[in-house]
Design a binder for this molecule. Structure first.
Ligand SMILES: NC(=O)c1ccc[n+]([C@@H]2O[C@H](COP(=O)([O-])OP(=O)(O)OC[C@H]3O[C@@H](n4cnc5c(N)ncnc54)[C@H](OP(=O)(O)O)[C@@H]3O)[C@@H](O)[C@H]2O)c1
Length: 301
């Protein structure tokens, strides 16, 4: 699989990362053995970057168990986790990191990210705590998630960091105006989250589909009523474009994200080995800039 460098001088990473929110149960129940099988299949397929978080329910535990049963080496896996944005105080950063290390059954994480901006604690307190964790050898790289360009600038003033993790997909393009140009200027790596718009860009749902109560989508406005219908209609145009070229909508959604010049990694959520296989196939499809523009215009109508 193609690899891209994280930021200016970070490690080269596979362009597809395993998004581990679904295997924590946040998008409907996933049996633990099925989750471990899926993760092992991803690792064996070259998807060796795993993205999880303190806030992802059982996700870190399941990953820890899966890694302890995987015959490969720890150094062959790039583990990214996050401290929840609701409390980025030094005390919480330290405590959350220790909890993550214990759950993941490892002595270090490769990338520690601030999950979102915390208005209650000064960002330099957070960045200094992150820096101390790097010095202690418990963290290799640091990054932020869901930050605006202004928030990144405030963090950068305390300490440079390697990555941003923003939402980015064919239906959510708000970061194109300011945030992605900022990352390109600074040389900050970008790990896109929710590339399939949480299933809207899979082509398998119809407007009458109802998600179970334990699935976050049952509470999201974009999965209800007229809004849901409108999003699915846009996705249907993109699906037709992909199918005319012998590809699936999932492959197009991922290839389109990866064709942005600022992009480092596309973090794809998966619940089965078959879903992982489709993500891996997508990494082999390179859209030209003209093709990418054409697909972008389909979501602007
Ligand atoms: N930093 C943040 O605030 C933040 C927020 C969200 C996500 N993330 C990260 O980004 C990762 C990806 O986002 P996400 O998992 O929320 O959403 P996503 O990748 O947009 O969608 C994942 C869901 O789409 C469906 N799917 C995936 N591959 C498929 C395929 N090949 N065919 C058909 N359906 C498929 C699966 O659900 P069904 O089969 O049930 O439809 C899967 O759970 C997360 O796991 C997490 O690591 C970060």
């Amino acid at each position: 699989m193609e690899r891209r460098r994280l930021g200016k001088d970070g490690q080269a990473l596979p362009v597809i990362g395993f998004g581990a929110w679904p295997i924590g149960g946040g998008m409907g129940e996933v049996d633990e053995r099925a989750a471990i099988r899926t993760l092992h299949h991803a690792l064996d397929s070259g998807v060796t970057l795993i993205d999880t978080a303190e806030a992802y329910r059982t996700s870190e535990d399941v990953i820890g168990r899966a890694l302890s049963e995987w015959p490969g080496k720890r150094e062959d896996v790039f583990l990214a986790t996050k401290v929840r944005g609701a409390d980025l105080s030094r005390a919480h950063v330290m405590e959350a990191t220790e909890n993550s290390l214990r759950a993941l059954r490892t002595g270090y994480v490769d990338l520690l990210q601030a999950h979102s901006w915390d208005a209650q604690h000064p960002i330099d307190e957070t960045m200094r705590a992150f820096d101390d964790l790097v010095r202690a050898g418990k963290v290799r790289y640091i990054g932020v998630s869901n930050f605006s360009a202004q928030q990144m600038a405030a963090a950068w003033a305390t300490r440079p960091f390697h990555s941003l993790q923003p939402r980015y997909n064919l239906l959510d393009r708000q970061i194109e105006a300011e945030i992605l140009p900022y990352c390109e200027r600074r040389g900050i790596g970008v790990l896109a989250h929710s590339p399939l718009a949480k299933g809207l860009l899979t082509g398998k749902y119809d407007p009458d589909h109802r998600f179970p109560a334990e699935d976050e989508r049952s509470r999201m406005p974009r999965f209800q009523g007229e809004e849901y219908r409108r999003q699915l209609a846009t996705a249907a145009r993109q699906q037709a474009w992909a199918q005319e070229r012998g590809h699936t909508l999932v492959e197009l959604a991922i290839a389109w994200v990866l064709a942005h010049p600022a992009m480092t990694v596309c973090l794809c959520g998966a619940k089965s080995p078959e879903q992982v296989d489709e993500h891996v196939r997508a990494a082999g499809w390179r859209l030209t800039p003209a093709e990418r523009d054409e697909v972008s215009r389909l979501s602007e109508r």
